[in-house]
Design a protein around this ligand. Structure first.
Ligand SMILES: [Zn+2]
Length: 191
């Protein structure tokens, strides 16, 4: 069934959503600009855009994120933003991606973003859902559930070791040869 047309919101609600998005993004450590757009994106509710420097990175949260947040069986706003922050961490912490075990190279960025997100959120339901999302993605890529679980266990200590919050103020040392510098994350997330 196609979704109902998007109801307009008041200016006050727009401001409240913008404020809520900015607050959650800040709590999850997002660096850069976080904004709310009252449109449907077909991108799962949010998108991360990688800029030249972290301070100019963009997190855009769309109306679907609030619709999903209102559904107790779907992702919360925190979980959606945490997944996008996972994309930013991957892009901004060269050590995090550089030091991943060789086998991790097979794992898509979507999976790792959800795993990193699950380590960021406080709420147990959000943690579970992001982990399940990662397992679901892994399964879709033909990874055995046991192997996926092992990857998840391996990530936690890696995360602690690599993430000390210092990388993202610097330029990404991988340089433009990496080819993703200005591309941003255009892939639909969490769909
Ligand atoms: Zn994603």
């Amino acid at each position: 069934m196609p979704p109902l047309p998007l109801e307009p919101i008041t200016a006050a609600e727009q401001r409240a959503r913008q404020h809520g998005v900015a607050q959650i993004a800040r709590l999850l450590g997002f660096v850069g600009r976080a904004e709310y757009r009252h449109i449907r994106s077909q991108a799962g509710g949010a998108q991360f855009g990688l800029a030249d420097v972290a301070e100019e990175d963009v997190l855009i949260v769309y109306a679907e994120a609030f619709e999903r947040d209102a559904d107790p069986d779907d992702f919360s706003l925190e979980a959606i933003v945490a997944h996008e922050r996972g994309h930013q961490l991957l892009a901004r912490h060269p050590r995090l991606s550089r030091n991943l075990p060789v086998a991790w190279s097979e794992v898509s960025e979507e999976i790792v973003a959800s795993l990193l997100g699950s380590l960021l959120v406080q709420n147990e339901k959000d943690q579970q859902e992001l982990l399940l999302k990662a397992l679901f993605e892994a399964d879709k890529h033909g990874m055995e559930p046991d192997r996926a679980t092992l990857f998840i266990m391996e990530l936690r200590p890696f995360w602690r070791e690599c993430y000390d919050g210092t990388d993202e103020a610097e330029h990404d040392s991988r340089g433009s040869s990496h080819g993703v510098q200005d591309a941003g994350c255009q892939a639909p997330c969490l769909v």
